[in-house]
Design a protein around this ligand. Structure first.
Ligand code: CUA
Length: 371
């Protein structure tokens, strides 16, 4: 019976491969496997105890049933042997479970020295993922907004912080979650054996668009990951051909439209290899390679369609978005009505063209092969 129970428990918990199940997540992650194998003994014990207690209850009720309900029940108290068992057995069970937990903690801490390092910055309501430069890399640090690229098999050491309120980085299928807290850095690890795209979400209530503070983790086999990282480190945003839509978009991106008070995109966004070094909004260095918009709110074709309306009036698409609207009207942010700068539809199209031109080389496109 015990074997059957363990088998049934394991099947129940591992049956779902790619979906989040309870909080164990995906068994392709070594982190999640560790948590599962730590939990199975507790679950099995709970089932055994539940069956034992239920059996004892029904047995007692049946066996000591009295036909005459008016007579007082038999009175007794004190049973040293029973009381000793009732104290000692639970203590042993709790100690066993604690040992299992301590063993798992020891296995998962500290984060392995040779882990791939990633920095996470959470802000209302988006993420920046930074890749500290490899020693040999000529370029500076690489940063990408809302799309985190990791290699499979290796442990990934994630160090999270926040630029405003408390957020939490959680990609359930890759491992545990941690808070991203302003003023502190927390490091832990995630891991997966299987290439693919994994969902992530902020997991601490942080404001109007907490639920829209999503991200994607794209796990690539190590060779492809290295191609990505090398190209990303060497990346310099392409210089647009003079007179092209991209060139007009570049000028608007860097300078805004002073005549109408439209703020420069560069004031808040960074593009690697250009003067744009803003840090108030997500990094846009490889925006043309990205597939998502609004911190994972939309992807693919929908994200492409919405880019223009997004630039025009993002707070209408995403509550609490701090990006200024560019439609020349007014918009409300944090209860304050503000005047928006004006970019014409044609100018917004130019900015869209510039953003789409910010692409990693084909071989470094981490979405390649993803349907
Ligand atoms: Cu950030 Cu919830």
């Amino acid at each position: 019976a015990r074997t059957v129970l363990v088998g049934a428990g394991a099947a129940l918990l591992t049956g779902c491969q790619s979906q989040q199940l309870l909080t164990f997540g995906d068994m392709a992650s070594a982190y999640n496997r560790e948590i599962l194998w730590m939990s199975i003994p507790a679950i099995v014990l709970s089932i055994i105890i539940f069956i034992g207690v239920s059996y004892a209850l029904f047995y007692t009720v049946r066996k000591f049933r009295e036909e005459n309900n008016d007579a007082p029940p038999q009175q007794f108290h004190g049973n040293n042997r029973l009381e000793t068992i009732l104290v000692v057995v639970p203590v042993i069970i709790v100690m066993l479970l604690s040992l299992l937990a301590v063993r798992s903690l020891a296995r998962l801490n500290p984060v392995p020295q040779n882990a791939v390092k990633v920095d996470v910055l959470g802000k209302q309501f988006w993420w920046n993922f930074g890749y500290p430069a490899a020693p040999a890399a000529a370029g500076g640090n690489v940063t990408n907004g809302n799309e985190l690229v990791i290699p499979t098999r290796d442990w990934i050491s994630v160090t999270a912080t926040s630029g405003d309120v408390i957020h939490a980085f959680w990609a359930p299928n890759l491992g545990g979650q941690r808070d991203a807290t302003p003023g502190t850095q927390k490091t832990w690890q995630i891991q997966t054996d299987r290439p693919g795209v994994y969902q992530g979400n902020c997991n601490v209530l942080c404001g109007a668009s907490h639920a829209n503070m999503r991200f994607k983790v794209i796990a690539l086999d190590p060779a492809r990951y290295n191609t990505f990282l090398t190209a990303a480190q060497a990346y310099r945003a392409p210089t647009p051909t003079p007179g092209s839509a991209e060139a007009r978009g570049y000028t608007l991106f860097m300078q805004g439209n002073p005549a109408t008070g439209a703020l420069a995109c560069a004031a808040c966004h960074r593009v690697q290899g250009t003067p744009a070094a803003g840090a108030a909004g997500p990094d846009l260095s490889f925006f043309g390679t990205r597939r998502t918009l609004g911190a994972g709110m939309w992807e693919g074709e929908r994200a492409r369609e919405l880019l223009h309306p997004w630039i025009k009036h993002s707070p209408a698409l995403k509550p609490g978005s701090l990006m200024p609207a560019y439609d020349g009207g007014t918009y409300t942010l944090n209860g304050k009505t503000q005047k928006a700068g004006l970019l014409t539809d044609a100018q917004i199209d130019d900015v869209v063209a510039y953003l789409r031109s910010l692409r990693l080389p084909e071989e470094a496109d981490y979405w390649r092969g993803v349907p």
